[in-house]
Design a protein around this ligand. Structure first.
Ligand SMILES: Nc1nc2c(ncn2[C@@H]2O[C@H](COP(=O)(O)OP(=O)(O)OP(=O)(O)O)[C@@H](O)[C@H]2O)c(=O)[nH]1
Ligand SMILES: [Mg+2]
Length: 324
């Protein structure tokens, strides 16, 4: 084969190479890990923008408009839309494709939908690795759309450089529900469908929630931006808010990225360690046997896990290193 290595072609921004790279990552193929290894040093330049919110809030429409607006400013864009239900090649993705088709043929926009099914907790990692591919391919902005329902989705958005939480008017209960977890991750609130009745009331109730928090002098207080994604109204203001946040956090971005690194390493370490235990520590069928014994109350889970752990770490454990 005379073709250049995939990592080189990704770096050149070749759309087919980007698509191939993302497939490797989605399939959790060993080649995917190898690719991340090769690309990693070339990343860290893109700005990651997470957009979350309840189903149907207009996130895809908004992401599409934001893409247009970023393009107008000259930035190149990669989009990852996480679809909670559809399989990789299923029909539900079509909706996003249709909404994004305004960018078809624009080589500086790359859009990819990913399904959560089959990822069993690895979704956050897969998403961040797709962002990495876009980053290496030279995209200036990476937009990540997730439905804000599960911890996985919150994790994804939390590790973006800026987290945008989208809500719609008349959703009094939703504003209440925000307190549960999404509230804390929002750097910017968007009240989309501002053409609808009650948008100002929704803005006021978010503002009231924010008023309960104490913001120190100079601390970022999440602004609330009204948008109408279908027409694009308010989207330039949203981009301005992102720009302000970016400037405000320019000095602290490092710690945010370190938090992202921590979470990535913990996740990967956990996954790799489990796989190691399954393949090299436990005998064939032993795992199921242990589960059966726990179910029958012959052994408690702590004792079972401590036993496995002792065998897994063996002489490599920190405790067994002789003190100087
Ligand atoms: N009236 C009004 N409708 C909107 C607005 N933005 C989006 N919509 C409509 O809301 C519906 C859902 O929009 P999507 O962009 O698919 O919403 P989403 O949040 O991506 O949906 P999921 O990904 O399925 O959670 C579509 O019919 C949009 O046309 C808006 O500002 N005003
Ligand atoms: Mg969507």
């Amino acid at each position: 084969m005379t073709q250049a290595p995939l990592s080189d072609r990704v770096r050149q921004g070749d759309p087919r190479a980007i698509a191939r790279a993302i497939s490797l990552i989605e399939d959790e193929a060993p080649d995917g890990a190898e690719l991340v290894r090769r690309l990693f040093a070339d990343t860290g330049k893109a700005y990651l923008v997470g957009v979350t919110g309840p189903p149907g809030a207009g996130k895809s429409t908004l992401v599409d408009r934001m893409t247009t607006e970023f393009r107008r400013g000259g930035a190149t864009v990669g989009v990852v839309a996480v679809d909670p239900t559809s399989p990789f090649s299923g029909g539900a993705i079509l909706g996003d494709r249709v909404r994004m088709q305004g960018h078809a043929g624009d080589p500086d926009v790359f859009i990819r939908s990913m399904a959560t099914r089959g990822h069993l907790g690895g979704l956050a990692r897969a998403t961040s690795e797709v962002a990495l591919v876009f980053d290496a391919a030279g995209k200036d902005i990476v937009l990540i759309e997730t439905v804000g329902v599960g911890q996985d989705e919150i994790d994804i958005v939390r590790t973006a450089d800026v987290s945008i939480v989208t809500i719609v008017p008349g959703a009094g209960d939703e504003v209440q529900a925000l307190k549960a977890g999404i509230m804390e991750i929002a750097d910017i609130f968007v009240v989309n469908k501002a053409d609808r009745e009650g948008a100002d009331r929704t803005v006021a109730s978010i503002d009231a929630l924010l008023s309960l928090q104490h913001f120190a002098e100079g601390e970022w207080r999440p602004p609330i931006v009204k948008t109408e994604a279908t027409t694009g109204r308010g989207v330039p203001e949203l981009l301005e808010a992102i720009e302000r946040f970016r400037a405000h956090t320019a000095e602290t971005q490092g710690s945010r990225r370190q938090a992202r690194a921590e979470w990535r390493v913990r996740e990967l370490l956990g996954q790799r360690f489990l796989r190691h235990v399954e393949r090299h520590v436990l005998a064939e069928g032993e795992f199921e046997q242990v589960l059966g014994r726990i179910a029958n109350r012959e052994i408690d889970p702590y004792t079972a896990v401590d036993g496995i752990l002792a065998r897994a770490v063996g002489e490599h454990s920190r405790e067994s290193v002789p003190e100087e």
